[in-house]
Write a protein that binds this ligand. Structure first.
Ligand code: SF4
Length: 421
């Protein structure tokens, strides 16, 4: 790490943040980055010199804006570190520009604040341009030039388009377990579509489940490696998409995880504890063979598999147009408990929905299911509760009902906010 004070700016290169994604109630930096500190703001740039975080020093201290790899701005609201943890299991409430946060009924940012932030960033660019003219330190000049080039409006737009192209239109939803790595995952599709195409679902593509060929997957690994470029050294987590990767052929799941680990160089990452994430369905979990879990358990990853159960009540499943019955949900839940107990490096979690149009029977069914676990949950396997999108459920209902559910369930229970990439 080297720090330079130039014309009122403190520029630190190769600054190292925590190599672990810790959950703390203060702003903690992860990864390796370049930092520029002005009188009022701290700007952090990734290893490709792209802006990644902007944090105020005087206003909204502790809160920050993040530009993710899909070029979405996300506002990390600390809400005074009061209460957010009970809902999300995290100290920050991520707020997006593309969807209202159902918990507090807010968008990621009021436009005025974001516009001001862009102005602040443009001012920084002006100061950096001035530095290039007068500074004699070659190393700094090179970084500053790169920062100016890769952060133009056009460059950010181009990068978003490139990401969209590689991921075939972006990732519509990430598993809730990705919160454990601050959603810093490399997405790689090993399949497309899903088994049920449920009526209620707002993230489905409406296509039948299809495996992808290993040749296509390896080609995407190459493209992703090029896309992340130098900043790949800050990644160690992989999301195998799309909506039911657990239903893909076992050979494809395991070969892809191994190939990605090696090609992305996760063993050399600045971040420790590589993590693998995938979605699964009730059917794919029930049908998956022991050999798959044996193989997953011996990978150099801790693997989270998130299963969409939605309800354990037959009439709710019918109303959601999810072609499953209580017996299927119960069987999948029992297998989840069994696998969580058996495998040290695998954790299966479950999703359920909430909304003010759903009956008490639905909520009671989730509570009873959780209680049937007895002591066999071993602290693994959270329940994630997802407010139904476009249901018009008021945030006051979401907060109250969720806290009641959390206090009634015999499993760790959190709100699931649909986050895309
Ligand atoms: S809930 Fe899951 S299985 Fe149902 S349509 Fe959505 S992605 Fe497909």
């Amino acid at each position: 790490m080297e720090a330079f004070n130039i014309k009122g700016l403190k520029i630190t290169i190769n600054k190292e943040g925590s190599p672990y994604y810790l959950k703390v109630s203060y702003p903690l930096y992860f990864e390796k980055f370049t930092e520029i500190e002005t009188e009022d703001y701290i700007f952090r740039f990734d290893l490709n010199n792209r802006i990644k975080f902007i944090q105020g020093k005087k206003k909204r201290i502790g809160e920050q804006f993040k530009l993710n790899c899909a070029s979405d701005w996300i506002y990390y609201c600390a809400a005074g570190y009061k209460g957010v943890y009970s809902f999300l299991g995290e100290y920050y409430l991520p707020c997006f520009g593309y969807a209202k946060n159902p918990l507090f009924d807010i968008y990621g940012y009021d436009t005025k604040f974001l516009k001001n932030l862009f102005r602040v960033f443009l001012k920084l660019v002006k100061r950096l341009e001035h530095i290039i003219k007068s500074n004699t330190l070659n190393e700094i000049n090179q970084i500053v030039k790169a920062i100016i080039t890769v952060n133009s409006v056009q460059a950010i737009k181009k990068r978003a388009e490139e990401f969209d192209q590689i991921t075939s239109g972006g990732v519509t939803v990430l598993p809730p377990d990705c919160r454990h790595v601050d959603y810093e995952v490399i997405p790689l599709n090993i399949s497309s579509g899903c088994l049920y195409n449920c009526g209620f679902c707002s993230v489905k593509k409406g296509t039948k489940f299809k495996n992808r060929s290993i040749t296509d997957i390896l080609y995407d690994i190459k493209r992703l490696k090029r896309f992340y470029s130098a900043d790949i050294a800050n990644y160690n987590s992989l999301f195998l998409g799309e909506h039911d990767a657990l239903n893909a052929e076992s050979k494809i799941i395991i070969e892809t995880a191994k190939a990605a680990y090696n090609k992305f160089g996760f063993q050399y990452s600045h971040m420790k504890n590589p993590t693998l994430f995938l979605f699964g369905s009730v059917s794919s979990l029930i049908n998956a063979k022991d050999e798959l879990f044996e193989a997953l358990n011996s990978l150099p990853f801790y693997t989270y598999i998130n299963i969409g159960m939605e309800s354990a009540d037959n009439s709710t499943l019918k109303a959601l147009q999810k072609p499953l019955l209580f017996q299927n949900i119960k069987e999948a839940f029992e297998k989840m408990l069994f696998l969580n107990q058996k495998y040290m490096n695998i954790e299966i979690t479950a999703n359920f929905v909430m909304g003010n149009m759903l009956s008490d029977r639905h909520y009671q069914s989730i509570i009873e299911l959780s209680k049937s676990a007895g002591k066999s949950s071993y602290g693994k396997g959270a329940f994630y509760i997802s407010p139904l999108e476009k249901s018009g459920t008021p945030s006051s209902y979401v907060q109250k009902k969720f806290l009641w559910l959390k206090n009634s369930c015999a499993m760790p229970t959190y709100i699931y906010l649909i986050q895309r990439l």
